[in-house]
Design a protein around this ligand. Sequence first.
Ligand code: ATP
Length: 261
Amino acid sequence: MAAEQHDSAGKKPPVVVVEDFHKTYGSMVAVAGLTFQLQPGQILGLVGPNGAGKTTTMRAISAIIPPTRGRLTVDGYDVEREPVAARRRLAYIPDDPQLFPDLTVTEHLAFAASAYRVDDAEPKAAQLLRRFELYEKRHTPVRDLSRGMRQKLAICCAYLHDPVALLFDEPLTGLDPRGIRTLNESIRERTAAGAAVLISSHLLGMVEDMCTHLLILNRGHARFLGTLEELRERYPAEQSMGDLERIFFLATEDEPIGAVG
Ligand code: ATP
């Protein structure tokens, strides 16, 4: 049963809820008590140094890895107890999408359509392929696609079932400028229609351009969660820098990545 209730003020419920999320691998603490929500229309930038826990968080929301502790929901579905329903409402696009080398572009979309039971998939798939300039390659097997084309195919497959939660791990890897523009436009359209987006990236300029909110992670801990305006209020002296870079270093510098106990 989807959680489509509205509260007394008519506000829609969050698309993604992450509550006290912990993930450990043996003695290695990857994420230590992370809590945040993604509201419809929000684009949350997830930034942090290598090993901060960004991919771990995205994989847990996507029901790929179980949390060690905590609760995660997507569109009201608990990702541990109702993983299939949760997965139907989301799309996770990793930076190295796992595709089938021998299947063509069209076959991938047909596979995604059947996995997600998408009605009217063919015209939708054709429209997505045209938009991401892959239509000419529709009969080409994945092994003969360029890296950027594979990334675009993964995005087309992810969009096919109109997920309400979109999770992008370094989405611009390998995309050409036109591909970047198309992706950015498509993200804005989908959030305008009520989807929520989580984007993990090291490209702070892109985060600043695209995101409505920011979550800075360091060694599995949230160092900041809020809007970009709130971030600038927190670090007023750094505003003159004109970008996030200096703030990023300040927010993460007191706990350099190194040996974790
Ligand atoms: P990057 O910016 O490099 O992509 P990240 O923020 O996405 O980093 P994660 O991939 O979430 O970082 O990794 C967080 C920590 O968890 C790292 O220290 C990593 O080595 C560890 N880790 C991730 N997956 C595993 C695993 N399967 N087994 C053991 N440790 C893991």
